[in-house]
Design a binder for this molecule. Structure first.
Ligand code: MN
Length: 491
């Protein structure tokens, strides 16, 4: 999917400099584009579109960018000076994510060569300030990245932002299939689906469990045989109850058929509405997540959509992204950890080793014991993400965490599990999370960064709260108080 998108490089200038300078600017912009594409640090293709020199050219380029579904965003830079009133009409119409790349062609100031001609050609330090002003004046959501274009870390930051912009495009086209409603009486998994569609683009609609059961009944043995071969290739079987595993395969095939028929990339279900089904989908939901579909338990369509979006943003990366739930704590002061799991449905993309298929009794949902994947999550820096509905606005909460190898084997725990240290520390982190209203359901990702989620929230126009190693409860309370006032003014 990343390869389906491109980003347009628009270089600002004006006609004042004459053709020689403009020809040099265009030649260099094309060279920079080629080298950036060849660097291997950009996940999507950069297209040098134009050196724009007038209001009409800029407006035209923005109109084309808005209209072209392949264009996931624009990246601008001013090699020379580009008077910013020229940009107002275009920027006022811009509907795509925008990155201002404050770079310059030459890395160093050349001692002998520098004269006023050099200064006139190489004045990004000057031009990018004029350019930045007008975006600030227009209150545009944007990403500013400064540094030399040949530096690997700068290229990676551009690449990282490209993933965010693709996440925004993915969000705007995302459809979520709901099997059953929200778990009865649960608050945080509720939300305003109309507001979510206005802000984030999500089409969240319900489909009957009866239709899923019909589709399950039409699945053939040959289809199940083929998926069982895949399960055998990817997982260890730690059960002799093959019929139960085959039933999960039947559920997976049927859900995938319904999702694909509607173009849905995410789904939710609930153990309270499994009418006509023998098992809560466990392995079935886990293997769908491994293929990139978002999932949310107990009717949680928000976390399902966010799981799909983070998976889309991190396409091709290998750390893993999973639907997660905070379950229980280890409050020993020498070893403070959170244990995350779900009753079945954690994505195996975060597994440290080959997952095992097991069948165990499930105390919730009044159905047969379901097959599920059991594994430990791997160690590494990660984030947990929660989207909540504050009434009138959406708040995205991100917490930095450090996942560890679980400190206990927990041989009788029949589900996938991830153990982590939350920042700034367990108890302060919990106090911050609860103060911000973060849900028990999250998306846990080793690939997507907090900076990327901040940029995504900025593009989508929603509130962002980040709990870091430096966050205190007092500073967070102050931020939330001010955010509340600011967002009331914005509405
Ligand atoms: Mn849950």
């Amino acid at each position: 999917m990343l390869k389906d998108y491109e980003f347009w490089f628009l270089v600002g200038s004006q006609t004042l400099y004459g053709d020689d300078v403009l020809t040099t600017v265009a030649k260099r912009a094309a060279e920079m584009t080629d080298k950036l594409n060849a660097s291997g640090n950009l996940p999507c293709r950069l297209v040098y579109k134009a050196t724009v020199k007038s209001n009409a050219e800029i407006t035209e380029a923005v109109r084309e960018a808005n209209y072209d579904p392949k264009c996931a965003g624009i990246i601008t830079w001013c090699h020379t000076f580009s008077p910013s009133k020229m940009w107002i009409n275009g920027f006022a119409d811009l509907q795509k994510p925008y990155c201002h790349f404050a770079t310059q062609y030459n890395r160093e100031i050349p001692n002998e060569e520098i004269d006023m001609d050099f200064m006139n050609l190489n004045q990004a330090a000057h031009g990018d300030r004029e350019h930045g002003f007008i975006a600030a004046r227009l209150r545009m959501p944007r990403k500013v990245i400064a540094g030399h274009w040949e530096d690997e870390d700068v290229q990676k930051r551009i690449g990282s932002w490209m993933r965010v912009a693709v996440g925004a495009a993915f969000s705007k086209g995302l459809k979520v299939m709901r099997f059953g409603d929200n778990m009865r009486e649960v608050a945080v998994t509720e939300g305003d689906k109309v507001e979510a569609q206005i802000k984030l683009g999500w089409q969240v609609n319900t489909f009957p469990v009866g239709k899923l059961v019909e589709t399950m009944n039409a699945v053939t043995d040959a289809e199940i045989d083929a998926l069982m071969d895949t399960y055998h290739a990817e997982y260890d079987f730690n059960t002799d109850d093959i019929e139960t595993v085959r039933y999960q395969a039947r559920e997976e095939i049927a859900m995938k058929k319904m999702l694909d028929a509607e173009g849905c990339k995410a789904f939710s279900n609930t153990f309270q509405d499994l009418y006509g089904m023998k098992q809560l989908p466990g392995l079935a939901s886990q293997h769908l997540m491994a293929q990139g579909y978002g999932y949310g338990g107990e009717g949680d369509w928000k976390v399902s959509a966010m799981t799909a979006i983070l998976k889309a943003m991190s396409e091709g990366q290998t750390g893993g992204t999973a639907f997660m739930e905070d379950y229980t704590y280890n409050l020993n002061p020498d070893a403070e950890y959170s244990l995350g799991a779900h009753m079945l449905e954690v994505c195996p993309s975060v597994a440290a080793a080959k997952p095992r298929i097991e069948v165990h009794h499930l105390g919730i949902g009044d159905r047969e014991p379901p097959a599920r994947l059991v594994f430990e999550g791997h160690a590494g820096a990660a984030i947990v993400v929660s989207l909540i509905d504050m009434g009138g606005r959406l708040r995205l909460i991100v917490q930095d965490i450090e996942a560890v190898k679980p400190i206990l084997p927990m041989p009788n725990l029949p589900v996938a599990r991830v153990m982590w240290k939350a920042f700034p520390d367990l108890t302060t982190g919990v106090e911050c999370w609860i103060t911000a209203g973060g849900a028990h359901h999250t998306v846990l990702s080793y690939d997507v960064t907090a900076e990327q989620m901040k940029d995504w929230a900025n593009i989508m126009g929603i509130e962002f709260v980040h709990i870091t190693k430096n966050t205190t409860v007092e500073s967070l309370e102050q931020q939330l108080f001010l955010n509340d006032l600011a967002w009331k003014l914005k509405q």
